[in-house]
Design a protein around this ligand. Sequence first.
Ligand code: ASP
Length: 307
Amino acid sequence: MTYALAVHGGAGTILKSNLTPELEVAYHAGLARALEAGEAVLKNGGDALDAVTAAVCALEDEPLFNAGRGAVFTSDGKQEMDSAVMDGASRRAGAVAGLFGPRNPILAARAIMERTDHVMLIGENALRIARDAGLTFEDEAYFFTQARWDALQNTLDMRAKGEEDDDPARRHGTVGAVACDANGHVAAATSTGGMTAKAPGRVGDTPVIGAGTFADDATCAVSGTGHGEIFTRWTAAAEIGARMRHLGEPVTTAAEHVVMHDLAPNDGSGGVIAIDAQGRIGMPFNCEGMYRGMVGHDTPLSTFIYR
Ligand code: ASP
């Protein structure tokens, strides 16, 4: 059984100087749990779509990461979640934006893909589809974390003083997974609370197909994390696929080019995980760190935070 899987827990890593040994262990453990959840699907001959969904659910359940439980807060103290899933075999995709309620927003995105003729839904009707799909809903107490709330207060204080928030851990965060299954199909899933103190109603790159999430068996599956507006304007994820298709670049070269030469010079801090239909993986980022990890039929599970 050949397969490969990569996950990320966001490019908005905690500054190395603030990382305690306990937190470091917890981040690695959270990434490992997601890889194990995805690998359990792939090892049994399951498909890439189910693997990335399982991996992202595990990351959403982990409060350390900015998605699902532990999502960041908007400037008015709410949590609005964006997520998307895409199947490389069929190029079917589903996405939700600005959602609050489903315990696993990635399952809501998947319900949109599987239960409607649309790619993205927002608002009440997205919630209704999620309810009809039987998804578990949670309340504010479940999603709340003190660390994210404190980060919002810090960011708002800085804003009031006219200071720039230069701590990427406060600004960023997202989770994602890409996989290649034994049949050579790829898939991508991405889920986020967005950026701390974002404007209410702001939608980032995560649920926008071709920006933060993309999958096509002919090229690659991509999940991005970083400054969403720039990922969207540079259509980061689709651009990686386009470079592979038109220039014949390997997935690693194409991903590296977009992250280092398209995004980095344009204030697009962040990174991507990308995989092709042979299971080759690229995980470039242009900031201090990116929570990330990979596993494959012939690659032991490994997780990383910094370079
Ligand atoms: N890309 C996400 C957004 O802009 C945030 C992140 O990945 O750090 O919503």
